[in-house]
Each structure stands twice: as C-alpha cells, then as structure tokens.
Design a protein around this ligand. Structure first.
Ligand SMILES: [Zn+2]
Length: 508
C-alpha cells in the first residue's frame, strides 16, 4: 500500500455537515458562509421562518373565531336543554328521553330499561339531576373560558388595516370583494416581518466540523459582525419587533447565550453595528439621532449627531465614547424629508483618535459599462482627547456598495472600512470592497495587494478560509417542491487559486 499520502490527506480532509431545520429556510440567500477571522469557525446565515408551526400560526384568527362560536353555541345549547329537559337536583333521569326514573321506582332506578324509551339503564344510561345554577355552571364556565381565549387569540392575530403593509384580510375570501375590509391577519405565512435571519455557527478544527450553536436574529437581514476569534456575534436591532428602540444584541457562540441592551429611547435614532474594539472585548456601535437640529447646507446635506458607543457583552454596560458626525440629505420642509446616509465608527487606542466616524451617502454613477449604485465617502470625524476634528473626504466613490459593514483602526493609524456589496454584482468579488483612510490627511487608499489577491481574510460568501488552506461550499437540495430539504456545508482542502482571481484586485 504505497499510495500518495497527499491524495489520501486530501480525501481525509473533506468534511461535511448538514444544517438543522433546513425546511424553515425561506429565501434563496442561504449560501452565505463567512469564516471567522482566525478560521476557527464558519457562520452560515439564511433567512428562515422561525415558527415551528407556520400553518397553525397562520390559522390563529380562524381558531380564535371558532372558539368564540363554539363557546357561545355551548351556552345556547345548555340553556335550551335546561328548558326542554327540566331536571331536579338529586333525582335520576334517563339519558336519552329525560324520563324521571325516581317518580316510578324510588331512590334508585330498579328497572333494567327505561319505561319510556327502553334504553338500557345499566352504566351510563342514568343521569343524575342537578340544579339550574350548577347545570349552567358546568357548561357555562368552560364555555366562557373558551370564548375569552378565542377573543384573545383573535385580537392578537387580527389587526385594523395598516396602510402600505403587505398583509392579507381575514377571512381571506373577503379581501377580493372588499378592499377596505377592516380586519387583517397579523400572522400569515407570507408576512415578511415573520422572517428572521438564522446563523448557524460551525466549529472547524482538526477533528472536522461540529455545529456549535445557532441564533435567530430579529429582522430579515440585519448586518452582523463576529469577533475575530468567532466566539461572539453582534448586531443592531431597530424594528417594530423591538418597538423601534435602538438596540444592540449579541450571542456567545460557545455558550449559546445571548443578550441585548438599549442604546437610546424609542424612535430617537438609528443604530448601526460597526465592529469590535481593538482588544475585541467591546462591541462598537453608533446611534444617529433623528432629533438632531438639521440645518440645510449649500449642498443639501445636514449634519446628524452620532454617538459612538462601546458595549461590553459580559456586563451589558454601554459606554458613550464620543460624538461624531453623520450626514443626511434632503430638505428641511415642511414637511421635513431627510435621508440619513450610512455612517460607521471605530475605536482607537491613540489619544489623538479615541474614536472615528465615517459618513457616506448613496450615489448613482453611470459609465459606458453600467449604471451602478455606490457610496460616496463624505467626511471623517476624529474624536480625540483634545477635541473633535472633521476631515472632509474628496468624494471618493465605492462602486456596487450599499452600506458600511464594519470598520477598524489599523496599527499604522488608518481607518479600515469594509463595505457591503450588492449580492451577485461581481462574481469575482468574494466580499464587500475595502478602503483605508488616513486619519490625518483623509487620503483614501485601496487595501494592500496581499488582502485582495486571491481571497481576502473574511470571505462573505463561499470561499477559502483566511489562511487559504480550506474551502467551503454550500450544497442546497431544492428537489422537493417549495421547500429546502437539505443544506450541507462542505469544507475541502482549498483548490488551486483561479488565475483571474490572483491578478485582479476585483474591487474597481
Ligand atoms: Zn328513556
């Protein structure tokens, strides 16, 4: 047996694991597999319907209505029977015809059959009479409880109409004939708010793949950031689910525990997740306060007060590091119409730059090849011990990007920014583009070639691990109608780099 050890090695290193609960997957955006920066973990995210019984949940208003009808019907029947079949407490009656057996036979019925209808009187043929109050209570109390539960279920699953919300009427058939029908389902299988982002964390080590933990994030596609060693994931929440309270939530991928903390009162600002502190202990987030006194500038933009916050997931404490600047475009009104641009922050250890915010705006650019949306970088705010310094940026434009994913301060004193790329705009682009911004001059540069050659460190879609030794791909079984029957995560030794990926920086 003298086979090539390299080949045997390769075969031994191909691992695969199936994700749990594949059937809850509700979207085609299921194949994001992101490596932690140290390559120890894989984060596979997908949009799911987290409800265990979505059809039962969708039927809640129907169930509630049925319970109300059934409860009322039971009381009506009970009252009707009390009049139609009068009984006296302590006497015995024939179950079928209500014949008073005691009137003929004394205390206990002695006959084997009812003298009226001939029903056999052994066992369940004899019914004991109760007084009216007790008779009504025996049926009426459970019936009233059923009605009350039915009303509660109905009220929590049906709402008055809400404009411009994708929703469906209750009962379903009424929607077609009456568009202004006043009752609407809150829970249907196709209501988008019900969808959540699920992250499965897979530990990758010499022993293979192991499902470490899973978390379900509020909202269908919140942006999230993992700690460099993959032991925690953090994201911002701001949705009807949380009452529009700007909030940061996290979960510990090792212990599987989660937590959250409110950053500001409800409806006062928009939260954004930014990354982790330089020592990886604190979550960095910001809140752009909508109560800012917008004052229109010549270029139609306004400055938005932006608090940079550090959250310790161990204790849940929030520390406001400083206030930077975000930007909004629009008009002062009335009615005021401002669109707040994406802003991101990073923490530093230098007294000159304790925190930095970067403000950007959405822009549309046309070229001979395409019309592409992108982000224009506007302004850098450096928050130091001695004050706040604002550095305008010369409108550097980042193509095919719709947001700011995370930021950090490099050891040579620059702000590193990773952008969120439009999916599938560039198949060679394995994650959002990156830029590095000098904190003194505002000069913007591309990342060093070592991180764009082949694949960069934190691949946002299928791709190699940070050290390039392994490669992940997602296998989805769509063969069953309307459902995903299997999602497999396959980790193999890395294939040889594709020539076109080696030579192209791929971000321009
Ligand atoms: Zn009878």
């Amino acid at each position: 047996m003298s086979s090539d050890p390299g080949i045997e090695d390769s075969a031994a290193q191909a691992w695969s694991i199936d994700l749990p609960d594949a059937g809850s997957t509700r979207s085609t955006y299921i194949n994001e597999a992101r490596w932690s920066e140290d390559g120890s973990r894989l984060f596979v995210s997908r949009t799911v319907d987290p409800r265990a019984w979505p059809l039962l949940d969708a039927a809640r208003p129907d169930i509630g209505a049925l319970m109300v009808v059934a409860g009322i019907l039971a009381i009506v029947i009970c009252v009707a029977r009390m009049f139609r079949r009068p009984r006296t407490a302590g006497r015995s009656y024939c179950r079928r015809c209500n014949h008073d057996l005691n009137a003929v036979h004394g205390e206990r019925p002695s006959a084997l059959r009812c003298p009226e209808c001939g029903l056999s009187l052994d066992g369940r043929g004899v019914v004991r009479g109760f007084g009216r109050g007790l008779r009504l209570a025996r049926v009426g109390i459970p019936a009233l409880v059923t009605v009350a539960c039915g009303v509660a279920i109905f009220r929590t699953s049906v709402a008055p109409p809400q404009p411009r919300r994708l929703n469906s009427a209750w009962p379903v058939a009424v929607q077609a004939v009456s568009p202004n029908w006043p009752w609407w389902r809150r829970s249907t299988i196709d209501e988008p708010e019900q969808l959540k982002l699920r992250i499965d964390v897979i530990r990758v080590d010499a022993g293979g793949l192991r499902l470490e933990s899973s978390a379900i994030l509020a909202g269908s596609a919140p942006d999230w950031v993992a700690r460099a060693d993959g032991t925690a994931v953090a994201w911002a929440e701001d949705s009807p689910d949380t009452g529009w309270v700007p909030r940061v939530a996290w979960f510990d991928t090792v212990g599987g525990r989660g937590g959250s903390v409110d950053l500001a009162p409800a409806q006062t600002g928009f939260p954004a997740i930014c990354g982790w502190s330089p020592d990886d202990r604190e979550i960095v987030a910001l809140v752009q306060f909508t109560g800012s006194t917008y004052s229109t500038r010549d270029d139609g933009t306004a400055i938005v007060d932006t608090a940079v916050m550090a959250i310790d997931p161990e204790t849940g404490t929030v520390r406001t590091v400083g206030h930077g600047r975000g930007r909004a475009t629009g008009t002062g009104g009335p009615p005021a119409a401002w669109q707040i641009g994406p802003t991101i922050a990073a923490l530093g250890t230098d007294p000159h730059a304790r925190a930095v915010t970067l403000a950007a705006e959405h822009e549309q650019h046309s070229s001979a090849q395409s019309t592409a949306g992108g982000l224009a970088l506007r302004e850098l705010t450096v928050i130091g011990d001695s004050g706040v310094q604002v550095i305008p940026l010369a409108g550097e434009w980042v193509e095919a990007s719709w947001g700011l994913h995370r930021a950090w301060i490099t050891t040579d004193g620059r702000l590193g920014v990773e952008f969120t790329a439009y999916p599938n705009t560039n198949p060679k682009l394995q994650r959002g583009p990156q830029r590095f911004i000098d904190l003194t001059s505002g000069a913007v540069s591309d990342p060093p070639l070592s991180t764009t050659a082949a694949y960069p460190a934190t691949s946002r879609t299928n791709g190699p691990s940070p050290d390039g030794s392994r490669h992940v791909r997602i296998e989805v079984d769509w063969s069953a109608p309307d459902t995903v029957s299997r999602i497999g995560v396959v980790v193999t030794p890395a294939p040889p780099p594709h020539p076109s990926l080696r030579t192209s920086p791929a971000t321009r």
